[in-house]
Design a binder for this molecule. Structure first.
Ligand code: ZN
Length: 494
């Protein structure tokens, strides 16, 4: 496996395992007074605390605090009338200097723990270990627990997301659909990629919340394909990326790896990076989009209650329920018949994958379609106002006027008219239109001395009408296309 070796970074290996107390010859503190104990160092309200007390004592003491605290220090601490019982329990590592400048050791001093707060220290130590060894810190279930119904589990996850990431209902619901999908990538035809937008702080909050809830999560700084090759991939992790600079190559990686079969690597060592992924990005490069993705804006809502961070045991508790949900429903997700036929072709498979993961709940599946509606509208609007969309609209309009040949320049004039009417400032040239036609699969040819253009024959007309439907342009029945049979046909299909 990966990094599970228990390496202890110590310059002096002879004393690194000392644990509770330093060896006699270890740190010598010239400034430390005999009274300065760990209790002084962790008592910020003590007015008498000398600066020297913030460094480790010459001879750390295991004596309970009440026995070593000077009486005046105790008096100055703003504590309740009845002092809570303090125990001293061995904590995590401190890096301290010994008798010489080059003598550095790891020391595990005892920590003052009020009765009833023992679990807090345990949690702090576990968290610190998780920082050093990623698999120690990765939230994982310890087994399985009953989750009630799909709706009950959905509500638990949604409320957790709303409270931890401060999100309104729509965003937290969409994220819940994503979270559930991360537990079933092996039963889905595609693993939708979640694209998180918003401020850096909002993105960070969402990524950390997802880390507590997704299956086998790995929170990564940036998308680095070389590093991903070294990750243990059984089972595939849910990769959560914070990536401010999304290059064209990374967009391709994220998009392709939502589906099985795309390989990356070198000869005889190819890897399929198919797995659930989420990415926080500041800005999507202009003109690009992540294929098979789901967008969620993470702008926090002040109306949402801010809850304390989830404890380790709370995370394990939810993870146990999610694992039971997975093993109870894996086969049902694999055989799901859920379909959202009314959604556009680039969103429908994403909706189908997410809908398959809310097993036995038509109510949640119906809500999912409504949750996706703004994305559908946005994509249609983006598409119809893109150069491709406007070019199709221009060709459709000109061909409805009965023209059989369209010069690129003629189409450019029409496109510029449409763009201007919508408040656009760009002027498109015939060359731009030529490129766009090629992209749309409409091929131009030389039309005499006037330059290149499009011959509007029947196959071209059919293609243009299909493209108009895809881009959501120009198919509303009006006086221009009243007698167009292809428009009438498309209206019936829609
Ligand atoms: Zn028509």
């Amino acid at each position: 496996m990966e990094e599970d070796s228990t390496a202890t970074m110590v310059d002096d290996s002879n004393v690194s395992q000392a644990g509770a107390a330093l060896p006699v010859e270890a740190p010598v503190e010239p400034a430390a007074s005999p009274e300065s104990t760990p209790a002084d160092a962790v008592t910020p309200t003590s007015a008498n605390a000398e600066p020297a007390s913030s460094v480790p004592p010459a001879e750390p003491s295991n004596v309970p605090a009440s026995d070593v605290l000077p009486p005046d220090t105790t008096a100055s601490v703003a504590s309740p009338a009845v002092a809570a019982q303090i125990q001293w329990i061995k904590g995590g590592s401190e890096r301290v200097r010994g008798k010489s400048q080059t003598h550095i050791v790891l020391w595990k001093p005892e920590i003052a723990v009020e009765a009833g707060y023992e679990a807090s220290l345990e949690q702090i130590i576990q968290r610190a270990e998780g920082v050093r060894f990623s698999s120690y810190g990765t939230p994982l279930p310890t087994g399985c627990d009953e989750y009630g119904s799909t709706k009950e589990l959905f509500t638990l996850v949604r409320k957790t997301i709303a409270e931890q990431a401060l999100l309104p209902r729509q965003a937290s619901s969409l994220l819940t659909h994503y979270v559930l999908s991360t537990w079933f990538p092996d039963a889905l035809p595609l693993a939708p990629c979640l694209e998180i937008t918003g401020s850096a702080e909002d993105g960070d909050r969402v990524l950390h919340t997802l880390r507590d809830l997704c299956r086998n999560p790995l929170l990564m700084m940036g998308v680095n394909l070389t590093n991903l090759q070294t990750i243990y991939w059984d089972p595939p992790p849910t990769l959560l990326f914070n990536e401010p600079n999304l290059t064209k190559q990374k967009v391709a990686f994220l998009g392709c790896s939502t589906r099985r079969g795309y390989l990356h690597g070198k000869w005889s060592n190819y890897k399929d990076y198919y797995s659930s992924k989420a990415i926080y990005l500041e800005d999507m490069p202009v003109g690009r989009k992540l294929q098979w993705s789901l967008q969620v804006n993470a702008t926090s809502s002040t109306a949402t209650r801010m809850a304390p961070a989830l404890s380790n045991s709370a995370v394990v508790n939810i993870q146990r329920q999610l694992l039971f949900y997975r093993i109870s429903n894996l086969i049902k997700v694999e055989n799901s018949a859920f379909d959202a036929p009314d959604l556009p072709a680039d969103i429908r498979p994403v909706a189908n994958a997410l809908g398959a993961c809310v097993v036995g709940s038509p109510e949640l599946q119906g809500q999912l379609i409504s949750l996706l509606a703004p994305q559908v509208e946005q994509r249609l609007a983006d598409r119809s106002s893109s150069l491709e969309g406007m070019t199709v609209e221009a060709i459709l309009s000109l061909s409805h006027q009965g023209k059989s040949k369209l010069l690129a320049g003629e189409i450019a004039i029409e496109v510029n008219g449409i763009a201007k009417a919508r408040g656009g400032r760009l002027e498109f040239k015939p060359e731009n239109i030529g490129h766009t036609l090629k992209k749309l699969g409409l091929f131009t040819k030389r039309l005499g001395k006037h330059g290149r253009g499009l011959v509007v024959d029947q196959p071209t007309l059919i293609r243009v009408h299909e493209l108009a439907q895809v881009h959501g342009v120009g198919l509303d029945v009006d006086e221009k296309n009243l007698h167009c049979l292809l428009c009438a046909e498309n209206t019936r299909v829609m």
